[in-house]
Ligand binder design. Structure first.
Ligand code: CAO
Length: 595
C-alpha cells in the first residue's frame, strides 16, 4: 500500500471546469477504473476513473468546486502492483527504490520535470493529430465533404463519427433523430458509449436528416458514416467542415496520459449540446420516435456512462428521471431517488398508479385535494400489499343464528347490571377461535419463499374497527381460552381505544385470523381482503330473517351471512367450505364449542 494523490487529468481546456459529481467517499474501497469524479466544462463532461484500486484516504474536492489540470482530487491508499501512470505516489515509489530520502526528493523533482515535459509533448502531439484529422477530412474523403452544395444553395453532407481518441469502438446507444427530421447545428443526433465515456454527437450543421446509416446497437469507430444531412442553403461547406473539425476536436480531447494507461481507462470527452438538444428535440416533427433499444432512455438525456449503466441495470428509463446536476445532468443520486420514489409509490398503494396517467379532474368540474392522514396511508399500503401478495378466493355461507340471538338477548338482560354487553361479534370470535383449533391450516402463515407453513399454537383474533380516522385492527389474544363475557368486554375496550386513537402498536400485532363485521351497518355479502401474513378473514354481514324449508314447511329463521376470504396458496376451496360449514354449525348451536 502507498499513499497517492490522484489529480485532474488533461480536460482539453486550460480553463477551470466544474466538479459536478464526486462518486466516492472517504473510506471507500475502490477498484481501478471506478469513476471517482465527474467534471464538466461548457462542451464536455468527463468521468475521471481511478488509475488503480485502493482506499480513499481523503477527498480533496467537493461537488461545485472548480478545478483545472493537475489539481489534486483525492488521496488514495493505493494497492501495489497496478501502475497508475503519472501520479505523485508513483513518483514516490519510483524514487523510493533508491532507499535514500534525499534521493527520493531529487528523484521526485526529476520525475516531475520529466512528467511535465512528457505532458507538453503529448499535448503537442494531440494538437498535431487533430490538425491531421481535420486536414485529411478536408482533403480526401468524399463522404465527409458536402456533395453538390454550393456556398449559397445547400447540399448533402455525410456526417461521420468523430475521432474517438483512445476508444477503438463505441456502441450507439441512442439515436435522437429520425429520417426527415430537421436538425439544428450542434443538436445531438446520437449518443455513443464505451466503457468509460459517453459521447453525444452533435450535428455539424443545420439541415434535414436525409438518411441514417446506423441503428441503435451498432458498433462504430471514428470516421464511420452515421447519416447523410441535407444542409440548408446558407451553410457554406467551409462552415460545415469547420463544424466537423470542431466536433472531432471536442471528441479528441483526452487527458495527457501516461502511455502505460490502458485504452478506455482515460476519461474521454462526453460532448453535450445541453439545452440545444432538448430544444430542438421538442421542435422536431411529430414523426415516429427513433429506434430505442430496451434499457435505453426514451429521449436524449444528459448523463454519464456510469449513470446510464446503473439505469440499465435497474431498468430505469432515464428520460423519466429529473437531473439535479448542472444543465439538468442526471447523477447517480437522481437515479437512486427515482427508484426509491417508485418503490414508495408502489408500497403506498400506488403500485399500479405508477404506470397510470395523471388525470387533471378539474377539467371536468370543481375539485379539492384532501390529503390522507397517516393511518389511512398505512392501511392503504397494507391492504395493497395483501391484495397483490395473496391469491384471494371468497367462500360465502349462511349461519342460522335464531337460537343464538335469542340466547344473546336473554343473557344481555341478565348482564345489564354487570355493565357487559354480549354482542354477536363476541360469539363470532369464540366460534372462530374454536374453528381455528379444528382447522389448524387456517391458523398458519406461509413462510416467505413458500417452502413451509408456520403453524401457530396460539389463537389471536384481529377485529376490524371502523374509526373516523380510518380502519384499525386490534387483537384479542388467546381468544380460544377466553369466555364470552371476557371477549365481549375486551372487544368493547379495544374498540373504544381505537376510536380514541389510544391503541398501542402492541394492541394491533400478532393476529392469526381477522373478523370484519359490517352487520351493524348493512349489506348481504362482501369480499374482505386477507390481512397478510394471515391466511384467512371472516366477513360478517347483516343478519336477516328468511323463510327456511324444514322439509314440511317454511320456517322464519334468523340467518347470518358469512364471507370467508382465504389465501388459496394455503387453503383449498374444499377446506374453506368445510370451515364455513363448521362455523355455521357452531353458531347454530354454540354448545358444540364446549365439546
Ligand atoms: N346483523 C344484524 N345486526 C347486527 C349485526 C349483524 N351481523 N352485527 C351487529 N348488529 C347490530 C347489533 O346488534 C347492534 O344493535 P343493538 O344496539 O340494537 O344491539 C348494532 O348492530 C351495533 O352493533 P355494534 O357494531 O356496536 O357492535 P358489534 O360488536 O357488532 O361491532 C365493531 C363492533 C367494532 C366491529 C363495529 O363497530 C365496527 O367498527 N364495524 C365496522 C368494521 C369494518 O369497518 N369492517 C370493514 C373492514 S375492511 O373491509
Amino acid at each position: 500500500m502507498s499513499k497517492e494523490t490522484i489529480r485532474v487529468p488533461d480536460v482539453g481546456s486550460s480553463d477551470p471546469v466544474d466538479v459536478i459529481e464526486v462518486s466516492v467517499k472517504k473510506g471507500d474501497n475502490i477498484a481501478a477504473e471506478d469513476t471517482i469524479v465527474v467534471l464538466e466544462s461548457d462542451k464536455a463532461s468527463l468521468e475521471v476513473p481511478a488509475p488503480k484500486g485502493g482506499t480513499v484516504l481523503e477527498l480533496l474536492v467537493k461537488a461545485g468546486d472548480r478545478v483545472k489540470q493537475g489539481d489534486p482530487l483525492l488521496e488514495l491508499d493505493a494497492e501495489s502492483g497496478n501502475d497508475s501512470g503519472d501520479q505523485d505516489a508513483d513518483d514516490d515509489q519510483k524514487a523510493g527504490a533508491s532507499g535514500d530520502s534525499e534521493d527520493q526528493e531529487a528523484g521526485r523533482s526529476d520525475e516531475k520535470g520529466e512528467q511535465e515535459d512528457e505532458q507538453e509533448r503529448q499535448k503537442d502531439s494531440q494538437k498535431d493529430s487533430q490538425k491531421e484529422n481535420e486536414q485529411s477530412d478536408k482533403a480526401g474523403d468524399d463522404a465527409s465533404t458536402p456533395k453538390g452544395g454550393g456556398s449559397a444553395g445547400g447540399g448533402e453532407q455525410a456526417v461521420k463519427v468523430p475521432d474517438l481518441g483512445d476508444i477503438d469502438e463505441a456502441e450507439i446507444i441512442e439515436i435522437s433523430v429520425a429520417e426527415g427530421d430537421s436538425v439544428e447545428a450542434e443538436q445531438t443526433i446520437l449518443v455513443l458509449e464505451s466503457d468509460k465515456a459517453s459521447l453525444e454527437v452533435p450535428s455539424p450543421a443545420a439541415g434535414t436528416v436525409k438518411k441514417l446509416h446506423v441503428k441503435v446497437g451498432d458498433k462504430v469507430t471514428g470516421g464511420s458514416e452515421m447519416m447523410t444531412l441535407a444542409t440548408e442553403g446558407g451553410d457554406a461547406p467551409g462552415d460545415d467542415e469547420k463544424a466537423n473539425g470542431r466536433q472531432e476536436a471536442e471528441a479528441a480531447r483526452k487527458p495527457a496520459g501516461d502511455d502505460k494507461a490502458a485504452k478506455g481507462k482515460q476519461p474521454t470527452a462526453e460532448q453535450s449540446s445541453g439545452k440545444s438538444a432538448s430544444k430542438s428535440a421538442s421542435k422536431s416533427d411529430p414523426r415516429p420516435a427513433p429506434a430505442r433499444r430496451e434499457g435505453q432512455p426514451s429521449k436524449t438525456v444528459h448523463a454519464g456512462p456510469a449513470v446510464r449503466k446503473l439505469a440499465r441495470e435497474a431498468g430505469v428509463d432515464l428520460a423519466e428521471v429529473s437531473g439535479s446536476g448542472p444543465k439538468d445532468r442526471i447523477v447517480k443520486e437522481d437515479v437512486h431517488a427515482h427508484i426509491k420514489n417508485l418503490l414508495e409509490r408502489r408500497a403506498s398503494g400506488g403500485g399500479v398508479s405508477a404506470d397510470l396517467p395523471e388525470i387533471d379532474f378539474s377539467e371536468f368540474g370543481p375539485v379539492e385535494r384532501v390529503a390522507l392522514n397517516k393511518l389511512r396511508k398505512v392501511a392503504a399500503k397494507n391492504l395493497h400489499r395483501s391484495w397483490i401478495t395473496v391469491p384471494h378466493v371468497t367462500q360465502f355461507d349462511e349461519a342460522d343464528i335464531t337460537e343464538l340471538e335469542a340466547f344473546r338477548k336473554s343473557q344481555n338482560k341478565a348482564l345489564e347490571k354487570e355493565g357487559v354487553k354480549l354482542t354477536m361479534l363476541a360469539f363470532l370470535v369464540k366460534a372462530c377461535a374454536t374453528a381455528l383449533r379444528e382447522f389448524p391450516r387456517f391458523n398458519s402463515s406461509l413462510e416467505l419463499g413458500g417452502e413451509a407453513l408456520i403453524q401457530k399454537d396460539f389463537v389471536h383474533i384481529g377485529i376490524a374497527v371502523d374509526t373516523p380516522n380510518g380502519l384499525v385492527v386490534p387483537v384479542i389474544r388467546d381468544a380460544d381460552k377466553k369466555g364470552l363475557k371476557e371477549i365481549a368486554s375486551e372487544m368493547g375496550e379495544l374498540a373504544g381505544k381505537a376510536r380514541d386513537r389510544k391503541l398501542s402498536p402492541a394492541d394491533m400485532k400478532g393476529a392469526c385470523f381477522s373478523i370484519s363485521s359490517l352487520g351493524g351497518i348493512g349489506g348481504t355479502a362482501f369480499t374482505p381482503i386477507v390481512n397478510w401474513p394471515e391466511v384467512a378473514i371472516l366477513g360478517v354481514s347483516r343478519s336477516d330473517t328468511k323463510p327456511v324449508w324444514d322439509g314440511k314447511a317454511f320456517q322464519p329463521r334468523l340467518t347470518l351471512p358469512l364471507s370467508l376470504s382465504y389465501d388459496h396458496r394455503v387453503i383449498d376451496g374444499a377446506d374453506a367450505a368445510r370451515f364455513t360449514t363448521y362455523l355455521s354449525t357452531l353458531l347454530a348451536d354454540m354448545r358444540r364449542a364446549l365439546l
